[in-house]
Write a protein of this length. Structure first.
Ligand code: URA
Ligand code: SF4
Length: 201
C-alpha cells in the first residue's frame, strides 16, 4: 500500500496533477472491514495530502463516533486523488485515469463493506442509482457490501440531512456484523442492475 501511495503522490496520468498541491492517496487502517470512498480532495485535503481533513471530515468523524468508531478504524479515500480546481466536479476522463488506484486499494484491503459518500462515488459503482432512493441500504457485489451514503457536506448546513446521515450510519455496523433483517438481506443479495458494476467482473 505504501508503494501505491507513492505512485499516487507522483502520478501525472491526468491534468489534475498540474493544479494540485498534494495528491491525496488515502489513509487509515489497511486491515479494516470498512472503506469510505468520497469524491475528490477539497482545498484542505489538497494542502495537507490527507483525505477528509476539513469541515466534511469533522462531520464524518462525528458520525463515526456515533457508531463507536474512530477514523483510524476505517480506510478513507476518494474516487479521484487530486483536487479538481475550484472544487469543480471530476471529469469522466479524470475518473477513468484514476480508477486503477481505487481498484488496487479495494483489492488490497478486501473490505467487507464500502460506504460511498455522495453521488460520484455511488455512480462509480452503480451508474444508474439515484442517491435519494438508495441511501442507507445495502447492496453487494461478490462478497463486498456497498452502502450508499449522502456526502457529509450535505449534512453540514441542513439539520434534516444531518439526521438522515446519522440514521444511515447505523446500518454500517449491522452490515459488517451480518446481523441483518430479512429485508436488508434481500437488498444485499439483489444483483446490481445492468451495466452497473464492472469493477470486479
Ligand atoms: N470531500 C470529499 O469528497 N473528499 C475529501 O477528501 C474531502 C471532501
Ligand atoms: Fe493521477 Fe488520479 Fe491525480 Fe489524475 S487525479 S494525476 S490520475 S492521481
Amino acid at each position: 500500500m505504501d508503494d501505491l501511495s507513492k505512485e499516487v503522490i507522483s502520478c501525472t496520468k491526468c491534468k489534475l496533477c498540474k493544479s494540485r498541491t498534494h495528491a491525496v492517496p488515502g489513509e487509515g487502517n489497511i486491515h479494516s472491514d470498512i472503506m469510505f470512498v468520497g469524491e475528490a480532495p477539497g482545498e484542505n485535503e489538497d494542502k495537507k495530502g490527507i483525505p477528509f481533513c476539513g469541515a466534511s471530515g469533522n462531520f464524518l468523524e462525528k458520525m463515526l463516533e456515533s457508531i463507536n468508531m474512530k477514523r483510524t478504524d476505517v480506510y478513507i479515500t476518494n474516487i479521484v486523488k487530486c483536487r479538481p480546481p475550484g472544487n469543480r466536479d471530476p471529469e469522466e476522463e479524470e475518473i477513468e485515469s484514476c480508477k486503477e488506484y481505487l481498484e488496487r486499494q479495494i483489492d488490497f484491503i478486501k473490505p467487507k463493506a464500502i460506504c460511498t459518500l455522495g453521488r460520484y462515488s455511488l455512480h462509480y459503482f452503480y451508474p444508474e442509482f439515484v442517491i435519494s432512493k438508495v441511501h442507507g441500504k445495502i447492496y453487494s457485489y461478490k462478497k463486498i457490501k456497498i452502502i450508499p451514503l449522502y456526502h457529509p457536506a450535505v449534512g453540514l448546513y441542513r439539520d434534516s440531512m444531518k439526521k438522515v446521515l446519522l440514521d444511515d450510519f447505523k446500518i454500517i455496523k449491522e452490515a459488517i456484523s451480518q446481523n441483518l433483517t430479512t429485508q436488508q438481506k434481500e437488498d444485499a443479495s439483489s444483483p446490481p442492475k445492468q451495466g452497473s458494476f464492472d469493477l470486479f467482473s
